[in-house]
Design a protein around this ligand. Sequence first.
Ligand SMILES: Nc1nc2c([nH]c(=O)n2[C@@H]2O[C@H](COP(=O)(O)OP(=O)(O)OP(=O)(O)O)[C@@H](O)[C@H]2O)c(=O)[nH]1
Ligand SMILES: [Mg+2]
Length: 140
Amino acid sequence: MLNEKKMVKVAVGVIIRDQKILLSKRPDHLHQGGLWEFPGGKIENNETVEDALGRELAEELGVQVIRSESLMDVKHDYIDKSVLLQVHMVRHFIGGPTEADTLGEEGQLVRWVPIEELDHYEFPAANQSILMAIKNSSLS
Ligand SMILES: Nc1nc2c([nH]c(=O)n2[C@@H]2O[C@H](COP(=O)(O)OP(=O)(O)OP(=O)(O)O)[C@@H](O)[C@H]2O)c(=O)[nH]1
Ligand SMILES: [Mg+2]
């Protein structure tokens, strides 16, 4: 359709353990490359958010989600595309990187970051409201 950007639905996981959140660095060549993100990826046809979240976190991090809860939906228009981020909190999971690990399953940088240090990282613009929600909520 004329002048209509494609809208991409994305399952995003805010993975929390011991007041730290697992961040992943987007490879330079990807959309919003070089920035830190909450792990996740595109929701495919016929998938629920939970399906996509489980699949992406397993592929990218070796994380097996036991249970997640919806935090918020964020719609954002980038110049080249629109995204709908369906953000879930993930507190119950098995596996994934330890605090000592620096690389995820796809060779990307990963890091467990204390909530109060999230400000030190650069994220895609769509993530600002998610960061606000994390800082303002009683995740502690
Ligand atoms: N995973 C993730 N994607 C985000 C975040 N913020 C944000 O704007 N996005 C955007 O959401 C879109 C989809 O994410 P993605 O690249 O992880 O999708 P994917 O894992 O399925 O990648 P693929 O297409 O290489 O298979 C990208 O355009 C990305 O820029 C975030 O915090 N996490
Ligand atoms: Mg991804």
